[in-house]
Design a protein around this ligand. Structure first.
Ligand SMILES: [Zn+2]
Length: 408
């Protein structure tokens, strides 16, 4: 297939004019190309093509949160967890997990996001939950890396079940071993997670120092900080994704040098936990990537939040968010497939924006994953009417259940 007459974004940010040839889901070449005889041609009329965006930290389980009523008005990071996120994940059954996955995939794709690293929890439906998400993501057409948040919040039996769910999923689909956060994990569980990841030859997906509670808890357990604690269990390695890192010291930043740090500025601002010291991270050459904690779906908007908040924090305009937004190298390594660039040999995960040159908003016209159109002229190619009906019903049930869900 030849995408003809387009402008496309190269890795250094330059916009080139030309054509993109795709063969078997891979970008064969890009530039001044002639159409081959009998080649399938798509004229893009000068529109801008960018690589499919990547969200390095999402929670598909939160997709139906709009229907969930909290018991109390959350007033702190801990109360947001206890009033909203933990009760919500506890209510989800198989169908609701599947519907959350479909809705998540649809919304991210609509915003030009073609790969997500998901961090899942559903306390009362653990075994098989990642399989449901996998089915949902494949059904809609998004690329997803899966992990289940292991936690000790709900007792030993559920901790073991979550470990087994990670094991099963990594063996079948790849992905990472998920850990909720240092403050909800015992040393014994951290050791089991480390042992599992080593056996599966994979890394971890974990929250770190999002709120102050993570460090307070680690100090109580005899560690210098939460980063110190995770580091001692070998979790902060090159195969891992470490989300937030808002409350970290200079010494902690030194422990993050080998790993991949995801910043989620919008979520952090919304939860009132603070603004990560990105300037210090970049000075120490920490590998920074962007996530959004499923606080919305628009990664371009998230990149703007990053820029605004960091420049405000530093009181100078130093931040160019595109380097972080388009950092696809960790994703390629973790997924084992070259993604996130318009370059020979990379997967044809592409987004065609409606208007050029504006990148003020993600006005996506077409979205392609693996060389297949998923969205064409702003409509999903696949008929998802039945899925939307199921999502509405699932949202209604989640809303009904929220009235008799206890604060955790
Ligand atoms: Zn998160």
């Amino acid at each position: 297939m030849l995408l003809k007459n387009c402008r496309y974004r190269t890795q250094n940010g330059a916009i080139k004019r030309g054509n993109i040839r795709i063969e078997e889901g891979i970008i064969e070449s890009a530039g001044d190309l002639k159409a081959g005889r009998d080649e399938d041609i798509e004229d893009l009329n000068g529109k801008l093509v960018i690589p499919g965006l990547i969200c390095y930290h999402s929670h598909a389980y939160s997709a139906l949160a709009f229907a969930f009523h909290t018991k109390e008005r959350p007033s702190s990071f801990e109360s947001i967890l206890k009033n909203l996120w933990w009760p919500l994940d506890s209510t989800l059954d198989r169908e609701e997990v599947y519907c959350s996955g479909v809705l998540t995939a649809m919304e991210y794709l609509r915003h030009g996001v073609t790969t997500i690293f998901d961090h899942h929890a559903s306390k009362n439906f653990i075994t098989g939950s990642l399989e449901e998400l996998k089915k949902a993501f494949e059904h809609v057409g998004i690329r997803g890396s899966l992990s289940y948040e292991v936690t000790d919040r709900y007792g030993e039996e559920r901790t073991e079940e979550a470990l087994r769910e990670n094991e099963r999923s990594v063996k079948h689909y790849g992905g990472l071993v998920g850990l909720h956060a240092s403050f909800t994990l015992s040393d014994g569980t951290l050791a089991k997670c480390a042992e599992l990841a080593e056996k599966l030859d994979t890394g971890f997906h974990v929250h770190l120092a999002e709120g102050k509670i993570d460090n307070r808890d680690a100090v109580k357990r005899g560690y210098r900080s939460a980063a110190d604690r995770l580091s001692r269990f070998g979790i902060l390695n090159e195969k891992s994704i470490v989300a937030h890192c808002v409350n970290v010291s200079a010494e902690d930043i030194g422990l993050l040098k080998r790993t991949n740090v995801v910043t989620c500025p919008g979520s952090n601002a919304n939860n009132g936990v603070g603004i990560m010291n990105l300037k210090a991270m970049l000075q120490e050459r920490i590998n920074m990537v962007l996530g959004n904690d499923s606080f919305g779906y628009d990664m371009l908007e998230e990149a703007k939040r990053l820029s605004f908040l960091q420049n405000l924090r530093a009181k100078e305009q130093y931040m160019i968010p595109t380097d972080v937004l388009f950092n696809s190298d960790p994703a390629s390594k973790l997924i084992g497939r070259r993604i996130g660039r318009i370059k020979t040999g990379y997967s044809a995960d592409l987004v065609v924006l409606k208007d050029w040159p504006s990148m003020e908003s993600m006005d996506t016209e077409h979205v392609m994953v693996d060389g297949q159109w998923i969205i064409k002229n702003r409509e999903f190619v696949k008929d998802l009417t039945e899925d939307l009906r199921r999502i509405r019903k699932a949202a209604e049930r989640v809303g009904e259940k929220s009235s008799d869900t206890e604060v955790i």
